[in-house]
Design a protein around this ligand. Structure first.
Ligand code: HEC
Length: 233
């Protein structure tokens, strides 16, 4: 009966004055019951704002903070910098040796950022436009000639490995990008040992000497100029 209140209502006389108190009360109970059932099926109205945090979460959170406090108290070593410095070495750094300066690593970076755009990633160049560094006598030959090219730049016709070029090579010396002896040492040493080249390194001292010798020159070299001082080997 409770499942189907409409059905039970059909057999029930309409409420009127001649019904007994009990009948009227019974009718009332039934419709109240029905309305309550309907209300019971409806969902709660959605409300704005936050619902309260479940108490279990609060407990969990409290426990976490408590454990964290104990952990820090036990393991912080009073936040001593020499304990938590990631670069710390025993003896307060006294026996740390400075990372060896590697001209090949430095030269590799310099090459990628400065030369590869023209001479290409593998130093193969672009035929007729940018001469190759791989196998070039200008790279693996005379040290002075190579340092001079870097320190003043190069322009005009030049033959490299049987191909003619006639362009402009920027200067990395005082009349150009102003690299120091160390960077010239790194880039020249790198190109002499990369791309299959196998020539000995060029020292910083050699760079400094050549820099001194050409101090009065302020323009780019021509190939002829270079070759009259340092003929191809
Ligand atoms: C803007 C393009 C450009 C950049 C950047 C450049 N070069 Fe060159 N390089 C040239 C051109 C062009 C020539 C040929 C110049 C000529 O025709 O007289 C040349 C010539 C050379 C030569 C002599 C010829 C040969 O192929 O051996 C060397 C060595 C050289 N460059 C090394 C370098 C190095 C090392 C760097 C980076 C530090 C560099 N170049 C950056 C364009 C460039």
């Amino acid at each position: 009966m409770a499942d189907n209140p409409h059905h039970s209502d059909k057999h029930r006389p309409a409420p009127s004055d001649h019904l007994s108190e009990i009948d009227r009360a019974a009718y009332g109970d039934d419709s109240i019951h029905r309305i309550h059932q309907q209300l019971g099926r409806e969902k709660e109205e959605p409300t704005e704002g936050f619902s309260q945090i479940p108490i279990v979460l609060l407990f969990l959170f409290g426990a976490l903070v408590f454990w964290g406090g104990i952990y820090i108290a036990n393991h912080s070593a009073e936040f001593r910098y020499d304990i938590y410095d990631p670069d710390w070495k025993p003896g307060f750094g006294g026996d740390q040796t400075a990372a060896a300066w590697d001209p090949i690593k430095k030269g590799d970076r310099l090459f990628k950022n400065n030369c590869a755009a023209c001479h290409q990633a593998e130093g193969q160049g672009v035929p007729g436009v940018f001469p190759p560094l791989a196998g070039s006598p200008y790279v693996v030959g005379s040290e002075d000639r190579l340092v001079k090219i870097l320190l003043r730049g190069l322009s005009g016709p030049i033959d490299v490995l049987g191909t003619e070029y006639n362009g402009n090579m920027p200067s990395y010396g005082e009349n150009g990008l102003g690299w120091d002896d160390r960077d010239i040492h790194a880039i020249t040493t790198y190109v002499r040992q990369a791309f299959g080249n196998e020539a000995p390194p060029i020292t910083e001292e050699t760079v400094a000497r050549v820099r001194g010798e050409i101090a009065s020159k302020s323009t780019a070299w021509s190939a002829d100029e270079l070759l009259s001082a340092h003929p191809l080997e």
